[in-house]
Design a protein around this ligand. Structure first.
Ligand SMILES: [Zn+2]
Ligand SMILES: [Zn+2]
Length: 321
């Protein structure tokens, strides 16, 4: 089978590797069809590392995965469209045993060194982390992963009808989080510093503005850019909540503003128990989500596509396998 292997920094090869032929009990074999390119894939390609995770040996990229089941599983029949949850926790540590498996330090997460990702034609995966997405295309199913972060954050926020929400950063995670927030009944505004990203948000049916046009304060702010936590603090109401989703900023927040306005700041790391909810929200909004699955490339095109920076023109690119 073909796979996209990051051999070292800026050195991505499409190679033939051995097909998985053995499917253990409790596992499902999947023909991978659609993998979204995530910022982290681009980052490992261009820098060879993200924080403490360093690429030391060749690794297959990709973790936003839609495919077709090739064998039966729990709630899955051969031929069904499926979404794959890319992190397999250890199941034994205190975080796993208390249900907070996203915090497991032994989690094996696709395309996080040294764990291989999903840009390969076949995967054999534990059935508990394979979700039925029948009725969606495999591209739409691949959105369940990036949307999961939004599901997790919105669930933690307890926002509901009548609440106002600001989402800073109108990239794919920001827009997907906006769909989740809207489905909870809140009224949603997106902001960014990049007019092109705001165009995508508008095409998806949201109110989107440049940061310096935002005047109001909001009940909750979801910071998806990684660089706007101070901006979030300026635009949250007294007693409100800020959810830090985007990674990137290592600067501190203004303590005095947080205490004197009784703001609660939540860190959001990946997600847990979110895929089924994400799939049902994608089903509800699939027409408005079309701009997120418009751009496709073939697996063979991927090395040049990353090399020449073309991915930066699109909010999301789906690699077809
Ligand atoms: Zn990602
Ligand atoms: Zn664990």
């Amino acid at each position: 089978m073909r796979a996209a292997i990051l051999e070292s920094q800026k050195n991505l090869k499409i190679r033939d590797i051995k097909n998985p032929d053995y499917v253990p009990d409790g596992y499902v074999k999947i023909r991978v069809k659609s993998v979204g390119i995530c910022g982290s894939d681009v980052h490992y390609y261009s820098s060879g590392r993200i924080g403490d995770f360093i690429l030391k040996s060749p690794m297959i990229l990709g973790h936003e995965t839609g495919g077709i089941a090739e064998s039966d599983g729990d709630n899955i029949k051969r031929g069904d469209v499926v979404a794959i949850e890319p992190g397999i926790p250890c199941g034994k540590c205190i975080y796993c045993r208390s249900g907070r498996y996203n915090l497991c330090s032994d989690i094996k997460f696709f395309a996080t060194p040294p764990v291989d990702g999903s840009m390969r034609e076949y995967i054999v995966h534990p059935e508990g982390f394979v979700y039925n997405a029948k009725g969606l295309s495999t591209s739409e199913a691949s959105l369940a992963e990036p949307m999961s972060v939004g599901v997790y954050a919105v669930r933690k926020s307890l926002i509901g009808p009548g609440d106002s929400v600001l989402i800073t950063g109108s990239g794919s995670v920001g827009i997907l989080t906006a769909f989740v927030a809207e489905s909870s009944g809140a009224s949603v505004t997106l902001s960014d510093v990049d007019p092109k990203k705001m165009d995508y948000a508008s095409k998806c049916g949201f109110n989107a503005y440049l940061n310096d046009k935002i005047r109001d304060k909001f009940d909750a702010v979801f910071e998806c850019s990684g660089f706007a936590s101070e901006f979030a603090l300026e635009h949250v109401k007294r007693g409100g909540d800020i959810f830090l989703i985007g990674m990137g900023n290592e600067d501190g927040l203004n303590n005095l503003k947080i205490t004197s306005n009784e703001i609660t700041v939540h860190g959001i790391f990946r997600y847990r128990n979110t895929f089924e909810t994400a799939i049902s929200i994608i089903k509800k909004y699939r027409e408005r989500m079309k701009p997120l699955t418009e751009k496709h490339i073939g697996l063979e095109q991927l090395p040049d596509y990353l090399e020449n920076g073309e991915y930066a023109k699109y909010i999301k690119t789906i690699v077809d396998l």
